[in-house]
Design a protein around this ligand. Structure first.
Ligand SMILES: Cc1cc2nc3c(=O)[nH]c(=O)nc-3n(C[C@H](O)[C@H](O)[C@H](O)COP(=O)(O)OP(=O)(O)OC[C@H]3O[C@@H](n4cnc5c(N)ncnc54)[C@H](O)[C@@H]3O)c2cc1C
Length: 523
């Protein structure tokens, strides 16, 4: 078997892997990124690209005050008592590294902007901020990638719709982040292998000294594989196990289905299993970045903003509402499971009236559109009245009619006495304006979509410390082995502090791994 040597092997070419590669290269180390797919960018390339970095320097400029102390206070308030995956050290590492990483990204010429519309999810919690902590990359012109432009995973849905974006070759959102990181990686001399899958880890004493790679070269697979030895370490940044039905059934609440994951490139969990086989502990395996999803053509779409708009409600199969539909995604996803212990609630149904349909998009369907094929396939159900809708969905008719009468009464008064829908949103905006989430569901025709407890990726993975070092069950690090992003157990437990927390954790883990394994300070 052929054997090569380098300083750092990064497994996975999403945002986390690319960031680690650039950071290590800038510190003078030889880096090889091994990416299984023929394209760079992973799920990140087609996700929202928001990154939660509290106390970042761009906040100072925009006049919003913040500090690592406030960020730590907020995390502790929403995460509760520390656990093995959500240790005090990891929480401290997140808030201390976030401003440093924001500086490093901008000094690496990644153009970041504050997403002023993105707030911390639990706005009443101590230390929460109404804006400023969530950053995203400004559009990136793919042409500056030269021949690497064609190796970048495809554009975001927003981008593919926009003629302006197509014309000026701009990557946006997560696509812009990975495009900019790829640009820095290539420019700094990172070696990138595409179509190259890591199939095993190479033991070295009591630690890990390298990887075995199966590589496609000109369509032919290397038969025996290539051993790549890594002097400083191996970083696993290969995503979670959301695409692996067997692991989902073993660890996640039931029922579960890989098609309910909205991850654009669902992880197979192979590196988590491999790490465990080499002695690593795992944690948080029953958790995910939950979100209710609808299915269109078999593809999961998060049902997020959709739930909070007026003239809509979510009911179980008895036709009853059971939660504040405008709740944060993690909470809403988990509540679908909790409800299903008592009554049939998987799927539940998002029901909207025609006013809603005209005003708001629903999953992939534009506001006011008439998606004939979705109606024919049953992905989107339309009916002239609520009794007809109940019949078409096979749910309790009397239950649905009673729920609708009660809900419309709440909407008229502007207060949901059952679940306080929208109260959190109203309070967050100063409590002075009308509840933004309540509106009667009474204008036919009515529309419905089945809603499932889906995810934006799994949270369980290899147990790591504050520097992304993979730990054994006794808490000792495995020398030479690091993990971040979906491959590492998330420290966010049952919740999510803000949009951008998943990428935030992934990038901070990657950054700290590099600082640790190169025993250096950031430049
Ligand atoms: C619709 C949607 C929107 C989202 N928006 C946001 C957002 O705005 N902010 C946020 O924080 N999070 C968001 N997320 C979550 C976010 O996408 C992930 O947390 C993020 O992509 C993780 O990045 P990563 O680098 O760890 O993994 P990825 O980007 O998935 O990269 C993993 C890479 O590893 C490669 N790989 C896998 N196995 C192997 C192997 N054996 N050998 C070699 N390579 C391998 C894969 O091919 C892939 O390229 C969103 C998720 C969804 C579903």
């Amino acid at each position: 078997m052929e054997t090569l040597r380098t300083d750092l092997v990064v497994v996975g070419g999403g945002a986390a892997g690319l960031l680690a590669a650039v950071a290590a290269r800038r510190l003078g180390h030889d880096v090889l990124v091994v990416e299984a797919s023929p394209l760079v960018g992973g799920s990140t390339a087609v996700d929202g690209g928001r990154v939660w970095l509290p106390a970042n320097h761009l906040m100072e400029k925009s006049g919003v005050g913040d500090s690592t102390v406030e960020a730590a206070e907020y995390l502790d308030a929403i995460l509760g008592e520390p656990t093995e995956a959500s240790s005090a050290e990891r929480r401290a590492a997140y808030v201390e590294t976030a401003p440093m990483l924001a500086h490093w990204l901008t000094s690496s010429k990644l153009a970041l902007t504050v997403d002023s519309s993105a707030a911390d999810v639990y706005r009443q919690a101590p230390g929460a901020k109404p804006s400023g902590r969530v950053l995203y990359s400004q559009p990136f012109d793919r042409r500056s990638l030269g021949e690497w432009a064609t190796a970048l995973r495809s554009t975001t849905p927003v981008e593919s719709r926009g003629w302006r974006a197509r014309r000026n070759h701009a990557s946006r959102d997560g696509g812009a982040l990975v495009a900019a990181l790829l640009h820095r990686a290539v420019g700094n001399g990172v070696e990138l292998w595409l179509d190259a899958q890591v199939t095993d880890l190479v033991p070295d004493g009591d630690g890990i000294g390298g990887v075995v790679v199966r590589r496609q070269v000109h369509g032919t697979e290397t038969e025996a594989g290539i051993t790549v030895l890594a002097r400083a370490g191996v970083l696993l940044a290969t995503g979670g196990f959301e695409g692996n039905q067997e692991l989902r059934e073993e660890y996640l609440p039931l029922p579960t289905d890989a098609t309910w994951s909205a991850a654009p490139l669902p992880g197979d969990g192979a590196m988590i299993s491999l790490g465990a086989a080499h002695g690593a502990a795992t944690a948080a395996m029953d958790e995910a970045w939950w979100t209710p999803v609808l299915l269109a053509d078999g593809v999961a779409h998060p049902v997020d903003a959709e739930r909070a708009h007026p003239h809509s409600m979510i009911v179980d199969q008895t036709g009853s509402r059971f939660f504040d539909e405008s709740a944060p995604a993690d909470e809403a996803g988990r509540l679908l499971y909790e409800r299903s212990h008592g009554v049939r609630a998987i799927p539940s149904y998002l029901i909207v009236d025609n006013r809603y349909r005209r005003a708001y998009p629903l999953g992939p369907w534009e506001a006011g559109s008439y998606p004939r094929s979705a109606i024919d396939s049953g992905d989107l159900v339309k009916a002239s009245g609520l009794p007809e809708l109940a019949q078409a969905l096979g749910i309790d008719r009397a239950g649905l009619l009673g729920t609708d009468v009660r809900f419309n009464g709440f909407a008229r008064k502007g207060r949901d006495q059952d679940f306080e829908r929208g109260e959190r949103l109203a309070t967050a905006s100063g409590g002075r304006r009308r509840n933004p989430s309540l509106g009667k569901v009474d204008k036919p025709p009515f529309w419905a979509v089945p809603v499932y407890p889906g995810d934006r990726g799994t949270k369980g993975g290899l147990l790591v410390d504050a520097d992304a070092r993979v730990l054994r069950p006794d808490g000792d690090p495995i020398p030479g082995l690091y993990a971040c992003g979906g491959t590492a157990a998330s420290m966010m437990g049952r919740t999510s502090p803000a949009p951008g927390a998943a990428l935030g954790e992934a990038l901070i883990g990657a950054f700290r791994a590099v600082l640790r394994l190169t025993e250096a300070d950031p430049d």
